[in-house]
Design a protein around this ligand. Structure first.
Ligand code: URA
Length: 271
């Protein structure tokens, strides 16, 4: 059985972007988990992407895998792309290279070095001129897009754009309350339906032409879509690719949690 994989950062300008990136002098260690390193992207870097997704920041599964949006948020995004008929031709970057610790100060988010480096990624991705649709997940991602749009290179880009609710906003806002979660999920899915309808006419090269089939009020079977094996680095075991929940930040206090990511092979894999 063949296992397709993502060869990584093999060509310019990505070689340079991944060897010369902002460190803790730009991303302060009291606001970002810089100790775990930057995590750059997921998806196509060969110019074939038709849709660009802007996420927020990597969490623990992304930290282990070194690709972004590989957990629950990623599966939801994969489902959003599938509703547009996009199964291969996408690329994702995050607003922030490093995992957010606590919250990000407005002055940090606006730092020219932080914004400028991210804009270099946008410029690199738009070099092909093939991207037709951009989704921003959440407010920070929307601000990242607006900052790029304010540059001469950003002004030259012509795409259909939708700023949508972040995929795990319902869980974050509900804080364990089931009624709040159902309510927030319904709102998110309505918001995503509006986003899909807004960008659908602008996508002229889907992988599989698909009439827009919208979301209902709750997640339905098929709304969460597996992340393709070819998005992952070579040799990643199936249990890491097919589920999340195998990496946790654990420890008796905030500092211990920050220092630790525990990986546990999914139940049933080793018997
Ligand atoms: N993981 C990411 O890489 N980005 C997000 O926005 C959420 C989860």
């Amino acid at each position: 059985m063949l296992h397709p994989f993502d060869p990584g950062y093999v060509a310019e300008p990505f070689l340079t972007l991944c060897s010369d990136y902002p460190d803790a002098t730009v991303y302060p260690a009291d606001q970002f988990r810089v100790e775990w390193g930057p995590i750059f992207h997921r998806g196509r870097l060969d110019g074939s992407a038709r849709v660009l997704v802007i996420g927020q920041d990597p969490a623990q599964h992304e930290t282990v895998i070194r690709r972004i949006l590989v957990g629950e948020a990623g599966r939801r995004v994969q489902g959003l792309l599938a509703k547009l008929g996009i199964t291969e031709s996408y690329v994702c970057i995050n607003t922030y290279l490093y995992s957010v610790y606590g919250s990000v100060k407005a002055a940090t988010a606006r730092k020219p070095e932080l914004v400028g480096y991210r804009n270099r990624w946008f410029e690199a991705l738009f070099e092909s001129r093939n991207i037709e649709v951009v989704f921003a997940l959440g407010q920070a991602a929307d601000a990242a897009w607006q900052a790029f749009r304010a540059t001469p290179q950003g002004q030259a880009v012509q795409v259909s754009y939708a700023a949508v609710t972040h995929p795990t906003q319902p869980e974050s806002s509900a804080a364990g309350d089931k009624t709040k979660l159902a309510d927030a999920t319904k709102k998110l899915l309505r918001n995503w339906n509006a986003g899909l309808q807004a960008v659908h006419p602008g996508l002229t090269h889907p992988d599989t032409p698909t009439p827009p089939v919208l979301y209902g009020d709750t997640w339905a079977v098929g709304d969460r879509v597996p992340i393709p094996e070819r998005d992952y680095p070579a040799g990643l075991p199936a249990w890491m690719r097919e589920n999340d929940g195998w990496a946790t930040r654990s420890g008796p206090d905030a500092l211990a949690k920050r220092r630790n990511i525990t990986i546990k092979v999914t139940r049933g894999v080793v018997t």
